[in-house]
Design a protein around this ligand. Structure first.
Ligand code: SAM
Ligand code: SF4
Length: 312
């Protein structure tokens, strides 16, 4: 599938729930979110049907996200059925890691190829503060379980925040030096609860760790390696280096709306559509992909939803 800017769309980010076990301060409102009726969220069958239609249109990589995908009932069934679609070359999942220690092995067995684990701090007290009650040791246990379940290429995603984790940049980079993982620093976006005053340009990582050497980029990430590093460091800079020209993705929310762009309010309802009608709606969504986001000019995302309702 090509959009009107000649970008080839091969990547689907599929949200399976907007609920979460944590309430990160930049993502979720303090009071959490009201649980929706069962019928408001796509069923397992609908998620698989939408994925199959997207694959028929050219998608080859699928990422399951949320909310927290691991709290979705039937997550293993969803993984199994999507990984069984022969044209899906890579099935990935983004998680906060809180229950990963119990699910890493079953996820691997259900056909998940790769994990991204969100971890914004390496200090238990800060972690509990930012996630409003999360336990850092759960994430560490999850990471160990993932390694034991022979997940390779695991990425750690840390959102950079002024007066929160900027002093931990060297510690994160050290993880990428000692372990074969990619540590990715993500710029805080003015979406949902994201507080603009805490924004830090990801370039700061290079000034704090000047020995990082550039290596080949991957997707929307600029990448670096320490001279003796086993892993890599990635910078995801939606604000400082808009990467819209390289965007290869579409998103589908847990309530079945296709979002051509994370930061646009445009949504195409997919529920109730089947076969050719569903494929045409997906193609219409790709054709509607805006050239770029406008957060730098407006200071605000126009997504119309919080991140937990889209999936990042
Ligand atoms: N619950 C899962 C997790 O935390 O990995 C998946 C969903 S979460 C919405 C996906 C990613 O979006 C996480 O890495 C999170 O840190 C990131 N995120 C949420 N709000 C953000 C914001 N305002 N700016 C940048 N990243 C954000
Ligand atoms: Fe939940 Fe992920 Fe949002 Fe944190 S970032 S509240 S873990 S959805």
């Amino acid at each position: 599938m090509q959009d009107l800017c000649a970008r080839t769309i091969t990547y689907l980010r599929l949200s399976v729930t907007d609920l979460c076990s944590l309430r990160c301060r930049y993502c979720m409102p303090a009071g959490g979110v009201p649980k929706r009726d069962h019928g408001d969220i796509c069923s397992v069958e609908e998620l698989v049907e939408i994925t199959q239609a997207a694959v028929d249109c050219g998608v080859r990589k699928v990422r399951l996200t949320g909310g927290e995908p691991l709290v979705r009932r039937g997550i293993l069934d969803i993984c199994q059925r999507i990984s069984a679609i022969s044209e899906v070359e890579e099935l990935c999942l983004t998680t906060n890691g809180a229950v990963l220690s119990q699910l890493a092995k079953p996820l691997r067995e259900a056909g998940v190829d790769r994990l991204n684990v969100s971890l914004d701090t390496l200090r238990p007290d800060r972690y509990a503060y930012m996630t409003r009650g999360g336990r850092l040791e759960d994430v560490f246990r999850g990471l160990e379980a993932a390694a034991e379940a022979s997940f390779a290429g695991t990425k750690l995603n840390a959102v950079l925040m002024k007066d929160f984790n900027e002093d931990e940049i060297p510690d994160f980079v050290d993880i990428a030096r000692r372990y074969p993982v990619e540590v990715r620093f993500i710029e805080l976006m003015p979406i949902g609860e994201g507080n603009r005053t805490q924004f830090l340009p990801a370039e700061i990582v290079r000034s704090v760790c000047p020995d990082l050497r550039p290596i080949e980029g991957s997707g929307v990430a600029r990448r670096y390696r320490s001279p003796d590093g086993r892993g890599t460091v990635g910078l995801i800079e939606p604000m400082s280096h808009r990467f819209c020209a390289a965007c290869d993705r579409i998103r589908v929310t847990a309530d079945g709306k296709l979002k051509p762009c994370l930061h646009s309010s445009q949504e195409i309802p997919l529920r109730g559509l089947h076969g050719e009608a569903l494929r045409q709606a997906i193609q219409a969504g790709v054709a509607a992909k805006p050239e770029r986001h406008h957060m730098n000019e407006t200071g605000r995302s126009e997504a119309g939803r919080n991140m937990h309702q889209i999936g990042g």
